[in-house]
Design a protein. Structure first.
Length: 427
């Protein structure tokens, strides 16, 4: 005869329950609560007024957001719902239920608290012996912006559309004036004018933004141009072509997105499609913990320009690492020299490090002539990576930083930003 475990949904608790008894001892909720308790109250933005409805404690709100984000719950409405449904969230929220407006407002105004909590987690891990600051790995991944790539417009196309919209607005305005003179009331005309005027304003802003970027780039290149010009004029005899001065006009193909101007069209590699995205970079402990030690976010697909800045920024938080592992996308002579000047050893791939697999389903690629390396730092780096010690140390890069991005995108399901603008996205 089949037997079943008895149950009664109408049975009330005979004693007040302790939510800690329902969570495993090794649940990350306990670690987050301990880390957040170390964050100073002075870093929180709170309402200084004593009267009115009591506020939720900032440490409770911070722990609630950190735990929710770590488990792939990003929407403030879903976090509010989780305070009723999720045992761990209910434990962290101490059986309270902040509404979604309160959660969203706290997140917007407490970026400093998030950064402090991030640092406290690392310091707690170091104090407990979990984290040893030795070799670190750095890599970047493309995360979709809250904008569509079809809203990106080229500079030359924006110029044409601005002229067309100006003509359409003038024609509609004249039509509206004629309708007013005839005592008619065509309600659609003002709406059409406003819609076209709004689009023209966005195109004007996009063109102004591209022109400002081109001018800034030209100003940055001008000292190098002046140096080349002086060297050219100092030559005697056949001097070749004179150096070309920097152009302050944006190239016709330069694009700007009308929805999120700070984002850019990027792709992971030549085999992938272009997407409207940001380049998120992470520095990960390569000593076995895979803890994220530092982050950075840039609006360019290239990793190399921000390489040194991302690593050196760690000095203000967890400290500078002795060794940094990076792939070929971070190869930059200036960055390598800057890191070595701070007694940091960078191990950066000089060429493609993924060999063709012997039993690959795809046919082997066409052989290409090996790239001739002439820069001294590249030659020295290539020589170091070809040694047995260099190979053994560099092998840690792929197995430490890339799984972190896999967890973020696949397990936590963080594949796109919900906010717009790089300041909001970083916050």
């Amino acid at each position: 005869m089949t037997t079943y475990v008895p149950f009664d949904r109408d049975q009330p608790f005979l004693l007040p329950p302790d939510l800690r008894d329902w969570l495993p001892e090794d649940d990350i909720a306990h670690f987050i609560v301990a880390a957040v308790e170390r964050v100073r109250l002075g870093v929180f933005q709170t309402n200084p007024q004593a009267g009115g409805k009591p506020q939720y404690h900032p440490r409770l709100m911070l722990a609630l957001l950190v735990y929710s984000y770590a488990n792939g719950i990003f929407s403030s409405r879903r976090i509010e719902r989780a305070t009723y449904r999720d045992i761990a969230v209910r434990f962290i929220a101490a059986n309270t239920h902040p509404d979604h407006d309160t959660i969203a407002a706290f997140r917007r105004t407490n970026q400093a608290a998030f950064e402090a909590a991030f640092l406290e987690v690392l310091l707690l891990a170091r104090a407990s012996g979990l984290l040893r600051l030795g070799t670190v790995s750095i890599d970047g991944t493309k995360i979709d912006a809250n904008a569509s790539k079809i809203r990106s417009v080229r500079y030359d196309r924006a110029q044409v559309l601005r002229e067309k919209l100006a003509a359409d607005i003038a024609a509609l305005t004249a039509k509206a004036a004629a309708a007013d003179a005839e005592d008619e009331d065509p309600q659609a005309l003002p709406t059409e004018i406003a819609r076209r005027a709004a689009l023209k304003a966005k195109l004007d802003a996009a063109c102004a933004r591209l022109e400002a970027e081109a001018k800034a780039q030209a100003d940055a290149e001008r000292p190098q141009y002046e140096k080349k010009k002086a060297a050219y004029e100092a030559k005697k005899g056949r001097r070749g072509r004179p150096p070309k001065p920097p152009d302050e006009t944006p190239p016709p193909t330069r694009q700007s997105n009308l929805t999120d101007p700070d984002s850019a069209l990027m792709r992971r590699s030549d085999a992938h499609e272009y997407r409207q995205a940001y380049n998120a970079q992470a520095v990960v402990c390569a000593e076995g913990t895979q803890l994220i030690l530092a982050t950075n976010l840039v609006a360019t697909s290239a990793d190399a320009p921000s390489f040194a800045a991302t690593i050196l920024a760690m000095e203000e938080t967890i400290g500078l690492p002795p060794v940094v592992l990076a792939d070929a996308g971070f190869a930059s002579g200036e960055a390598v020299a800057e890191l070595e000047a701070r007694h940091i050893e960078p191990l950066v791939a000089i060429a493609r490090t993924q060999p063709h697999r012997p039993y690959d389903f795809r046919p082997p690629p066409e052989p290409k002539p090996e790239r001739r390396i002439t820069e001294p730092w590249r030659i020295a780096m290539k020589t170091k990576l070809e040694t047995e010690d260099g190979k053994a140390r560099y092998k840690k890069r792929k197995q430490t930083v890339e799984p972190v991005f896999g967890i973020i995108k696949s397990a936590i399901n963080f594949t796109h930003f919900h906010l717009r603008g790089i300041e909001n996205v970083v916050a």
